[in-house]
Design a protein around this ligand. Sequence first.
Ligand code: NCD
Length: 357
Amino acid sequence: MEFEAFQSSLADPAARRSLLFRDGLPFHVLLAHQFERPDLEALCDTATAIRRLDRHDEGRPFLRGVLAERRILNLFAQPSTRTNESFVAAGEKLGASVRVVSDLRTSSFEKGETVEDSVRVLSSFYDMLVTRHHDDDFAARAAWTLSRSRRPIPVISAGSGRSEHPTQALLDVYTLRHSFAGRGGIDRKRLLFVGDIARNRAIRSLATLLLRFEIDRIDVACPKEHEPDRTFLRPFEERGVTVALHASVADAIRAVGRELDAIYITRLQREWDGPDVKPGTPEPFVLDVRHRSAIRDDCVILHPLPRINELPDAWEDHPGFVVWRQVRNGMWMRAALLATIGGAADEIVALAGRLGL
Ligand code: NCD
């Protein structure tokens, strides 16, 4: 199968499942919406089991054996400290050794080697490949190449261009599920997304995962020039989910403030605007503390980080502020994903159960 055919097959749910899963388990992780609701529930349960086992004297050494002798390569062509370190910590908690290549100028990509050849070479030394790249198709091309090779290894996207950030979406779902545990879970919750919807891959991936839940509407506050495009909107239209656009945070909060169960705020993705453009979020897309009295105390406040000025420190004592928990959850969720790909999730959940965790 040619790459173009591989890629267009990913739009079809059955073909997607057969290309990205093996024996019912995720193999390549390219798209947030490759996960169905039961997959999400299982990943969240595995993340919780790992989190609890990691604090237990018998659990910790068990976890260190899950991916022992396995080697993971983080191939990060875009700047990242937190996502990279989160994958390193996740892999190490499961006993894997993780190596990071982030300066691709020192690799043969710089000499003009194709993606196909580079990943085939690298796959010879590793058991899993985690990639972050400014090109939307890099991870998919790597997965396609390896699927056709004699030594297929899983490829996990840790951020693909402007389009996809599936592991961020998984950790956000995990954080939301935990935050809404006493309130009936994610179903029927009202979320407001703030920022650069057209170019923020964290929002795009999380929004598509929300379609796995019973959601009637999402609200979006974004600059006119970065409004959601057709690709973003189509699945919502198909499901009859309203996407309500607002011209500023103030407008959104005036319209729906007290109905909101969560606000997911992001920076504007200025890096796509050229080297001279300074980072920073204009006032209409800043969550000013003056909005505090207009939202409920149990409204959950999330941010994928890095934040610039759009989420002031003064929010940290809001009861719904979970940004640092998101970071920690990223490590547990990525460990859950690696363990699931490695076929160890059932054993992990069973041990946590046996130990009464
Ligand atoms: C996001 C990313 O890189 O896409 N950050 C992250 O992974 N935590 C969001 C961003 O860069 O704004």
